[in-house]
Design a protein around this ligand. Structure first.
Ligand code: C2E
Ligand code: CA
Length: 325
C-alpha cells in the first residue's frame, strides 16, 4: 500500500496533470520454480490478476490457483472467438407480459453459448470476459443483428401474433464505440416494415465515463424511434440527478429486489420508490425475475404493469417461441 501511495499521486508534466497508477504482482521466493522465466511468468500472472480485480490498491500475491484460472480464461478467450465464427451462439427470447391487458408486450433477447463439450453456457460466464478482451464488439454486432433477422423471418409466419417490442442488452464497451449509433440505426432500419419497437437495455454504470457523449448517442438513437430502458435500476452506481436529462422510456426493477421484497421491508420500499419515480417521470416500469404468484400480486397492487419472470415464461430458443406463438 505504501508503494501505491508513493507512486499513485498525480504529477504535473509540462502543464498537463498526469494520473499514474501501478499494479503489483508478488511472488513468494519459496515457490518450487527453477527457471527465471517461471518466476517472471508467475509474477506477471499475479500482476494481470491485480489489474483485473479493480482494487483500490491493486496488488496480488501469486498462488497456483491463479495460474489455473488464467489458463482457463486464456482457453475460453480462444474458444469464444471460435464460437462467434462457428455460430455456437444463440439468442433465447424471454417474453415480457402485461397482465392487465392479457398481452405479451415483447421479448428480451438473451444470449447463450452452446459449447461443443460443455453444453449451454450462460452469459454471466462469458460476457464479462468478452468485455475485458474487446470481443464484445463483434459479439455485440452479432447480438444486434440476430434478433432483427429472426423477427423478419417470424413476421411472415406469425404476423398477427408477434409481440411489439424487442429488447436487447447493450454492453458499456459497445456504447463507447465510435460508430455505434450508425450501427444500431442500421439494424433498426431492417425492422422498420415490421412495426416492432427496438429497445436497448443499458445499465446506469455505463453513464459513469463520458456521460455527456453517451447521453448524446442515446438522444440520437431515441430521435429515430429506438427506446431506452435502464436495466437493474439502482443496483450499482446510481445518480438520480441525470435521469431527467436522459432519453429514457422505462426502468427495470432487478430480480434481487423482487425476490426479497416479501422478507425485507427495504427491498419492498425500493420497489415502491422506483415505481413512484417512474410514474412521476412518465416512464414504464418492468419488474424482472417474478417467480411466484404472491410476488406477482404484490407488484400488481403497486401498479407495476409489466413483468418478466419464470412464473410466466423462461427464456426460450427460437423453435420454442415458434411453438408458443
Ligand atoms: P439481465 O439483463 O438482468 O437479464 C435478466 C436475467 O434474469 C436473465 O439471465 C434471465 O434469464 C434471468 N431471469 C429472468 N426471469 C427470471 C426468474 O424469474 N428467475 C431467475 N432466477 N432468473 C430470471 P441470463 O440470461 O443468464 O442473463 C444474465 C445477464 O447477462 C443479463 O442480465 C445481462 O446482463 C447479460 N446478458 C444476457 N444476454 C446478453 C446480451 O445479449 N448482451 C449483453 N451485453 N449482455 C447480456
Ligand atoms: Ca436486460
Amino acid at each position: 500500500m505504501e508503494l501505491h501511495r508513493l507512486i499513485d499521486p498525480t504529477f504535473d508534466l509540462e502543464g498537463f496533470i498526469i494520473y499514474a497508477s501501478i499494479t503489483i504482482g508478488i511472488l513468494d521466493s519459496r515457490v518450487n520454480f527453477h527457471e527465471a522465466e517461471e518466476f517472471l511468468r508467475a509474477a506477471e500472472i499475479a500482476n494481470y490478476n491485480a489489474k483485473e480485480q479493480g482494487l483500490q490498491y491493486p496488488t496480488v500475491v501469486y498462488d497456483p490457483s491463479i495460474q489455473i484460472k488464467a489458463l482457463e480464461r486464456f482457453h475460453m478467450k480462444i474458444e469464444l472467438r471460435q464460437a462467434i465464427s462457428e455460430q455456437q451462439l444463440q439468442l433465447f427470447y424471454q417474453p415480457i407480459v402485461d397482465l392487465s391487458a392479457f398481452q405479451v408486450l415483447g421479448f428480451e433477447a438473451l444470449i447463450r453459448w452452446q459449447h461443443p463439450q460443455r453444453g449451454w453456457i450462460l452469459p454471466d460466464k462469458f460476457i464479462p470476459l468478452a468485455e475485458q478482451t474487446g470481443l464484445i464488439i463483434p459479439l455485440g454486432d452479432w447480438i444486434l443483428g440476430a434478433p432483427c433477422r429472426q423477427l423478419s423471418i417470424w413476421q411472415y409466419q406469425f404476423l398477427d401474433y408477434l409481440p411489439l417490442s424487442l429488447s436487447v442488452d447493450l454492453s458499456g464497451i459497445q456504447l463507447h464505440e465510435r460508430d455505434i449509433v450508425s450501427k444500431i440505426i442500421h439494424h433498426y432500419q431492417s425492422l422498420q416494415g415490421l412495426q416492432v419497437t427496438l429497445k436497448l437495455e443499458i445499465t446506469e454504470s455505463m453513464l459513469m465515463i463520458n456521460t455527456q457523449t453517451i447521453i448524446n448517442s442515446l438522444e440520437e438513437l431515441h430521435a429515430v424511434g429506438i427506446k431506452i430502458s435502464i436495466d437493474d435500476f439502482v443496483t450499482g452506481y446510481s445518480s438520480l440527478s441525470y435521469l431527467p436529462d436522459l432519453p429514457v422510456d422505462s426502468l427495470k426493477i432487478d430480480r434481487s429486489f423482487v425476490s426479497c421484497m416479501e422478507k425485507e421491508k427495504c427491498s419492498l420500499g425500493i420497489i415502491q420508490t422506483i415505481i413512484t419515480l417512474a410514474h412521476t417521470l412518465g416512464l414504464n416500469v418492468i419488474a424482472e425475475g417474478v417467480e411466484t404468484v404472491s410476488e406477482m400480486k404484490i407488484l400488481g397492487s403497486l401498479v407495476c404493469k409489466y413483468k418478466q419472470g419464470y412464473l410466466f415464461y423462461r427464456p426460450m430458443p427460437p423453435h420454442q417461441i415458434e411453438d408458443w406463438l
